[in-house]
Ligand binder design. Sequence first.
Ligand code: EPZ
Length: 418
Amino acid sequence: MQKLIINGGKRLGGEIRIQGAKNAALPIIAACTLCGGEIILHNCPRISDVYSAMRILTYLGCKVGFEDKNHLSVKAENISVNDIPDELMREMRSSVFFLGAVLGRTGKCRITLPGGCDLGPRPIDMHISALRKMGVTIREEFGVLDCTAEKGLRGAKINLSFPSVGTTENIMLAAVLAEGTTVIQNAAREPEISDLAGFLNSCGAKISGAGCGRIVINGVEKLHSCEYTIMPDRIVCATYLSCAAAAGGELVVSGCRPADMESIMNVFEQMGCIVHSAADKIYFSADHPLKAVAPIRTMVFPGFPTDAQAVLMAALCKAKGTSVFVENIFENRFKHVGELCRMGADILVEGKVAVIEGVERLYGAKVCAADLRGGAGLVTAALSAEGVSEISDIHYIDRGYEEIEKVLSSIGAGIARE
Ligand code: EPZ
């Protein structure tokens, strides 16, 4: 099993370019199964979750491959099957998007429950009840979902009890070719939702209101080919800024979208970091000691994103004072805390609250990643620790970060993959 070896304590400096967004690329790749012609996706990150999605496309009968570093080509003229085997479903949470897409294309789909980072139960009850409202018969037996829309998918008015990102995206995928109009009330407003709508509209769909709480999808006959550029990854950007905050240094980040990151920038400014942004660049500098911040509550967009919780927590471990995180989105998203404490952090978890008492120093240690963003948090802390850290189970990190050790080495970090 591969490991990351990090020799901490070095200041960071230089310029990096942010990869395409995992959480936009994955629903967009699933959406390709709805399109008749060839799709070219620019700025597609080479991460293991994208390779998992490519395996599902290939299984369904599509032709898919990277044309060069980050340009993905998908040809979905012939979808030959409409079931997805358990071993492919289990690889990630985003496999659930293929339910809406394959149903939209073929009217039938058979899947098992999706996998993904263990952040709590992560049910798909909202996905299922929404699809049933659109005329899908869903039989659940021994973890297998047998879904058929005998009379085809029909538009419906769907009121989400919670603005679930995945549920909003699955409804969009099922609705674009459905008969009639679908309205999603209390839809998720994350930027990745707008990116999916942008892609689908480029293929001829009729979607309005993405990014607001009410999305309207008018079903069309078919979708055509297109070229599309995936948005930058706001969480990867938050991660590398957290690394610079934790280790100290000056960073220029390009190819990002500062407007997606207001709530995160606000926290960095409270920490005493200097943050300027212009167009697709962020100019960032941080010196020690950082300051503790007011309580951070993870919320749906445009609130503070749950995906940035671990990396900001890692950057705050040595901040002067007491910081508090309240994790409101997932039940079990503090698994990185125990590993941070092995490095000398002083963090107390009570239910969904984590209290961080700033310490003078962190020490290199052997730690294990337990999920994608928690693993990125361990990298962030190791960069600011004295001595050498060894991070194992880094396959979690590779799910969402393209060549993390190369990016960090390019700005002066002592990091290598073994
Ligand atoms: C997406 O997950 C992201 N994943 C997550 O990013 C992100 O943390 C999350 O949205 C919130 O922003 C992708 O886009 C691939 P939800 P998703 O449906 O769709 C509950 C990362 O690190 N829920 O908004 O699973 C659910 O259990 C990943 O990149 C139900 O109860 O998020 C959770 O507590 C981690 N029933 C909450 O809603 C349902 O049917 C938010 O889930 C669906 C969700």
